[in-house]
Design a protein. Structure first.
Length: 88
C-alpha cells in the first residue's frame, strides 16, 4: 500500500491529498529513508512523520484498504511522540 493512502486510512492524516503534500515535502521517512507519496509500505515498517509541532514515530501493524474509525488505531503502534517548537 502507498504511504499516502495508509496515512489517510489510519487517520493519522485526515485527507489523502494532504498526506501526499506532507510526503512530497520531505517530512516522512520510512525505515530511515525519505519517502514520497508512492512509497510502498508493509507490516513491520517504521515510519517517522514530522508535523509542524510534533514528531511521530510509528510501526505498521496491519495494512488494510479501509478501516472504520474504531479500528484505525490498530493499524499502527506509536513508538515515540515528541512535541517540538515550530522553528525546528
Amino acid at each position: 500500500m502507498r504511504i499516502d493512502k495508509f496515512l489517510k486510512v489510519s487517520r493519522i492524516i485526515k485527507r489523502r491529498t494532504l498526506a501526499k503534500e506532507v510526503c512530497d515535502g520531505g517530512r516522512i521517512q520510512v525505515n530511515g529513508r525519505p519517502a514520497k507519496a508512492g512509497t510502498e509500505i508493509k507490516v513491520g515498517d517504521r515510519v517517522v512523520i514530522q508535523f509542524p509541532r510534533k514528531r511521530l514515530e510509528i510501526e505498521i501493524k496491519a495494512v488494510k484498504d479501509s478501516a472504520r474509525v474504531e479500528e484505525a488505531p490498530t493499524l499502527y503502534e506509536v513508538l515515540q511522540e515528541e512535541f517540538t517548537s515550530e522553528t525546528e
